[in-house]
Design a protein around this ligand. Structure first.
Ligand SMILES: [Zn+2]
Length: 270
């Protein structure tokens, strides 16, 4: 990967940046430099710089250390498939509170849509609709500790987002890279996520240079990452944002009852 987590600063760092900040493998006396480890942003394992210790040419790539024997918990970033987060039906499922949260979500759906889009960079309404249907299927609304402002973030970890080309021009993109979201490494399912300290509730956003026509992002094309901090205030923000009529139309088609109800409430309020 082209970026690792600098364990000293907690920020992303490149191979060049790392060597400028902490020196090369050996110092001028040919002794190992004491450097803070570069870590994998997802599994937290220490990484090495490919080619740095060998006789071959040094690369600009951080790599996981080879593991001999069976790897019990392989790093999800090394795997091509989607992360297998367990999204089990919540154990203490309360239909009434789930329905209330869902109704509240749809009454603010435009705000959620804008936040969802901001997290990804650029998103298609088809993805938003697909994930809301998945939330219905898996009864995600019934998670005990789920706050309304956490829903877009939870939806993000359930899907990979392919690059989006502009329709009018040949090789221009609204969003050029594949995007995949991960929870921090200690999280294996949604319950783990809600058991984290509130300050640790972030997701890792990874960018991949994989071709737009591929089915999934390829771990070999991992480009860079950033930590996405949960935005808690977008539901109460005053800033007016313009809705795209195509988005409105498709949402109305997918969720006619919910959208009509939300529109009626807005009319009553104004
Ligand atoms: Zn890893």
């Amino acid at each position: 990967m082209h970026q690792a987590l600098d364990s000293n600063t907690g920020k992303p760092i490149t191979v060049d940046g790392y060597r400028v900040a902490y020196g090369s493998l050996l110092n001028s006396a040919n002794q190992p430099n004491v450097r803070p480890p570069a870590k994998c942003p997802v599994c937290g394992e220490e990484l090495h710089i490919k080619g740095e210790s060998g006789t071959s040419r040094i690369t600009k790539i951080f790599s996981h250390n080879p593991v001999f024997g069976v790897e019990e918990y392989p790093c999800p970033i090394k795997e091509g498939g989607r992360a297998k987060y367990e999204v089990l039906t919540p154990t203490s499922y309360d239909p009434a509170s789930a329905a209330a949260l869902r109704a509240s979500f749809f009454s603010h759906w435009q705000l959620h849509w804008h936040q969802f889009r901001d997290y990804i960079g650029y998103a298609k309404v088809e993805d938003f609709i697909e994930l809301l249907n998945l939330a219905d299927d898996r009864k995600i609304w019934g998670y005990h500790h789920l706050k309304e402002y956490e829903i877009p973030l939870v939806l993000l970890i359930l899907k990979d987002f392919a690059p989006i080309k502009k329709k009018t021009t040949k090789n221009e993109y609204w969003r050029k890279h594949w995007v995949r979201f991960w929870f921090p490494s200690s999280v294996k399912n949604l319950d783990d996520y809600w058991n984290l300290q509130p300050s640790s509730r972030f997701v890792i956003k990874a960018y991949y240079t994989t071709s737009p026509s591929a089915k999934l992002p390829n771990p070999k094309h991992f480009l860079k990452f950033e930590n996405i901090i949960l935005n808690k205030s977008y539901l109460t923000s005053d800033s007016e944002r313009k809705m795209d009529t195509v988005v409105e139309k498709m949402m109305t088609k997918a969720f006619p009852i919910e959208i009509a109800q939300a529109a009626a409430e807005t009319t009553l309020e104004s």
